[in-house]
Design a protein around this ligand. Sequence first.
Ligand code: ATP
Ligand code: MG
Length: 441
Amino acid sequence: MIDLPDDVRRRTAEQICRRLRDAGFRALLAGGCVRDLLMGISPKDYDIATNARPEEVANLFPRTIPVGAEFGVLKVVCPEGIFEVATFRTDGPYEDGRRPSFVKFSDEIADAFRRDFTINAMFLDPETNEVLDYVGGKQDLQMKIIRTVGAPEKRFEEDYLRLLRAVRFSARLDFQIDSVTEEAILKYAANIVKTSPERIREELVKILTEGNARSGFELLDRTELLPHLLPEVSAMKGVTQPAEFHPEGDVFTHTLLMLEFMQNPSVTLAFGVLLHDIGKPKTWSLGDRIRFNNHDKIGAEIAAEICARLRMSNRETERIVWLVKNHMKLPRVLEMKESKRKRFIREEGFPELLELGRLDCLASHRSLEVIRQIQQYISEQKQETLRPAPLLTGNDLIALGYKPGPVFTEILDRIEDAQLEGIVQTKEQAVHFLRQHWPSP
Ligand code: ATP
Ligand code: MG
């Protein structure tokens, strides 16, 4: 979807509110967007809260998608984007610490009190521009405090994901967690595993990609959520490294530094950074010096387990595992055989790997020499030298009397290697090369 300027989306959200109001309902901007507007940040999305029931909302707009009708949530589809319209509600009892067993439609005050944190529980009346704050959200916003709406223990028992959300908002906004709220997080940290892996993944992705990832992970550590969420990452703490290569300190310190240096990372780069040295705790050994033999290979296996646990998509898992598995190859790229180097560089994940490598250097010895050399090498390549058109195809081999079979892949790969090395450049040279290495068809 195209990224429309923010004021267009705001105006559309206000028009949706107006249509609801004209039909006799109450309609307010709610939650995160109010928080962001009050902070002068442009909201990612505008959510609308109303006393109209989902079916009444559906009747007022030509295109709607029922997303959670039983929770009173519906999406209104406009040319400017999709807007969530939710009926004011009170959540029924939480029986499993995951989701309410039912919801009851109610008024805006009750709706404010079911929300997680005071700064997330305000409304804005678009007609009067009045902020409706029933929970002390404005003051907490001013004081930069994350505080649950109501007693933290009760609110966390209802939904343990809020433990992680507190950390996310604190890190992202650079707010302090109120001390009573933080004590409750410490007390309940172990319960985070009762939340569904998908919800946990969504929050972790946001902590890693929306800025201040380092603060997020320091806070996960301080609140003791980390060993329950990602014990493998927690295990990096205190794992010593040779000072010669890692003057910054242990594996966790190194990883935190990389998280700090990341800028607008993709999900896969961010997880790649977090997990690149995940194999180090298991492979630590002391011989002539501290070594982590095979930590890339073992790390790739651990990364795959973590991705599976977090229900990452196959595409994301593949990329993250590839980054972990290949991160140690970067320093040797320029020593590789040319064909191998070109094949490596043209891998789809290579730009992300190079950025991971850059962060790896910055967070250790700080010399970017190798990275610059690789960038220089890449800038000298042309599409034809990296991905030359094939000189021979399977059909050519058949025409030359070769019998089709698995050997064809090997032959064509070897010819492409020779081409990447500059050993063969024309079809005749390729045929000559073929006859030389596979004389009898
Ligand atoms: P972001 O800018 O990251 O989207 P947000 O505040 O909009 O932040 P969302 O996860 O989109 O956060 O949720 C929208 C609103 O719904 C929140 O502001 C909050 O009021 C409420 N909310 C979301 N998740 C919960 C939860 N687990 N418990 C209680 N209230 C929640
Ligand atoms: Mg939101």
